[in-house]
Design a protein around this ligand. Structure first.
Ligand code: NAD
Length: 496
């Protein structure tokens, strides 16, 4: 494994724009710091790209498109598979970079690198299977062919919470489809994205096919891309607020959009659930990434008959979680990503407690020892949570689990669906009929049935309502990057 010193040397680059296959500085020469959330210390300074850099990236992607899109899908697939192989090979090193810039426990970071690589492998195959159609004609002398063609240059904007997986979940289907890409990672986590650029280049992906612009001014870069006719599609993962903004701006040129936005996932634990399974599944959904995932449990509805048993076992498990610097091998909960995240989580807990919620565990920032330097919040359980509390409406994005008792099945569905979001929902029951009813009644794009972690590269990921548009992953993911073209053919009758 790489030493910390070597790692620092490697990521301390001040040339972090990757355009047309070369590393460069920003046009302005400005830089911005990247922090380690576990210590509050600066780990690197990276280039602060602006609109001029953003346009330069589009120049490269636009120029690379004709050749890349005409390459046989098989050849593109070979490069994607090679990139995946390099990610597996460098898993430990990539995971350390990832943890250093965003804080998640190192074991989770390794898992994320594998998960991220699996999108490259999956979409390498999906590119080869992006079949068109031949549709039987209604009239004699007509033939109808349907071709699937890449949409063109794609702009991808990704969040900090999965610095590797959110990149490959977009880039893999785009490249497999034959699109070229300009990518802007979150300002908190540019380093993992930078490491991935080296991997694509080493895997043989030609210059200009994938380009990276790091920036501390996301709106400037996004606006340059949204106003550029050469960019045909925008794919975004992040907050609903920014997603709406991008969608409005994309309307001007009717650009294709895919949006993976915020969530407010309900968990429903029915009386007939296996309590240990329900605790395990809810823990996995709630505390992964310190509660900073869009599919994290935000409201945990527990039926009256099982409430006491569930609350007791769940609270005991939460108290047992080991909070530590993500780089330490036994960390189970790392820091929050930044000071603003810590403030939001603190405000949600204080609001709930002020309105009468009861703290069963945690409830505050870590203020003792080494961890006081970082942005750590104790894993928290709140009981007696009511619908008028902020935590029930807004995404908390932190390690806070609100427990809410309920009586009847229909009430659970009604309360769970009472949200502008519709990304993920979880149900725990041993009754198969009830499980199916719940899966059908819940207005969410992803249902975990006795399963706290339902996502893999092979299945669709995406939300209803204000949680987004389109699907990533699975056979659906590549269609977001393909246009459907009709070739209508008039065929002469056979001469007599
Ligand atoms: P955010 O929307 O602030 O940031 C996400 C990205 O958007 C970053 O790259 C950021 O630089 C960029 N951005 C910010 N302002 C912008 C602007 N005005 N114009 C263009 N780009 C802009 O979100 P965040 O708080 O950093 O990330 C967490 C959010 O992401 C949560 O809401 C979470 O639910 C969501 N998320 C969704 C999914 C999903 O698949 N649905 C996955 C992960 C995270």
């Amino acid at each position: 494994m790489m030493s910390d010193a070597a790692l620092h040397e490697r990521i301390n680059t001040e040339q972090s724009l990757f355009i047309n296959g070369r590393w460069s500085e920003s046009a302005s020469g400005r830089r911005f710091p990247v922090f380690n959330p576990a210590t509050g210390q600066v780990v690197a300074h990276v280039s602060d790209g602006d609109a001029a850099d953003a346009r330069r990236a589009v120049d490269a992607a636009y120029a690379a498109f004709p050749q890349w899109s005409r390459l046989p899908a098989y050849r593109r697939g070979v490069m994607l598979r090679q990139a995946a192989a390099l990610m597996y090979e460098r898993r430990d090193e990539l995971a350390r970079t990832l943890t250093l810039e965003m804080g998640k426990p190192i074991r989770e970071a390794r898992g994320e690198i594998s998960y991220a690589a699996s999108f490259l492998e999956w979409f390498a195959g999906e590119g080869e299977r992006a079949y068109g159609d031949i549709i039987p004609p209604m009239a004699p002398g007509k033939r109808h062919l349907v071709l699937k063609q890449p949409v063109g240059v794609v702009a991808a904007i990704t969040p900090w919470n999965f610095p590797a997986a959110m990149v490959t979940r977009k880039v893999a289907p785009a490249l497999a489809a034959g699109c070229t890409v300009v990518l802007k990672p979150a300002e908190q986590t540019p380093l993992t994205a930078m490491a991935l650029m080296d991997i694509f280049a080493e895997a043989g992906v030609p210059p200009g096919v994938i380009n990276l612009v790091t920036t501390n001014d996301p709106a400037a870069v996004a606006d340059a891309w949204l106003s550029d006719h050469r960019v045909r599609k925008i794919t975004f993962t992040g907050s609903t607020e920014v997603g709406k903004l991008l969608m409005r701006k994309a309307a001007d040129q009717v650009k294709r959009v895919s949006l993976e936005l915020g969530g407010h996932a309900p968990v429903i634990v029915f009386d007939d659930a296996d309590v240990d399974k329900a605790v395990r599944g809810t823990m996995a959904s709630k505390f992964r990434n310190s509660g900073q995932t869009c599919v994290c449990a935000n409201r945990i509805y527990v039926q009256k008959g099982i409430y006491e048993r569930f609350a007791e076992k769940f609270t005991a498990a939460v108290r047992n979680l080991r909070v530590a610097d993500g780089l330490s091998e036994d960390a189970e909960v790392g820091p929050l990503v930044d000071e603003a995240a810590l403030e939001k989580v603190t405000a949600h807990v204080e609001d709930a407690v002020a309105r009468g919620a009861e703290l069963l565990a945690g409830g505050r920032r870590v203020t003792e020892g080494e961890l006081a330097r970082g942005w750590f919040f104790l894993p928290t359980v709140l009981a007696g949570v009511r619908d008028d509390m902020r935590i029930m409406r807004e995404e908390t994005f932190g390690p806070v689990a609100p427990l809410i008792p309920f009586e009847h099945e229909a009430e659970a569905y009604e309360r769970a669906n009472d949200s502008p979001y519709g990304l993920a929902a979880y149900v725990f029951t041993e009754n198969i009929s009830r499980g199916i009813r719940a899966a059908e009644r819940l207005e969410y794009g992803i249902i975990g049935l006795n399963d706290g972690t339902p996502s893999t590269a092979q299945v669709p990921f995406g939300g209803f309502k204000e949680s987004g548009i389109g699907r990533e992953g699975g056979p659906y993911g590549i269609h977001e990057f393909l246009e459907v073209k009709l070739v209508g053919l008039a065929v002469d009758e056979e001469p007599r």
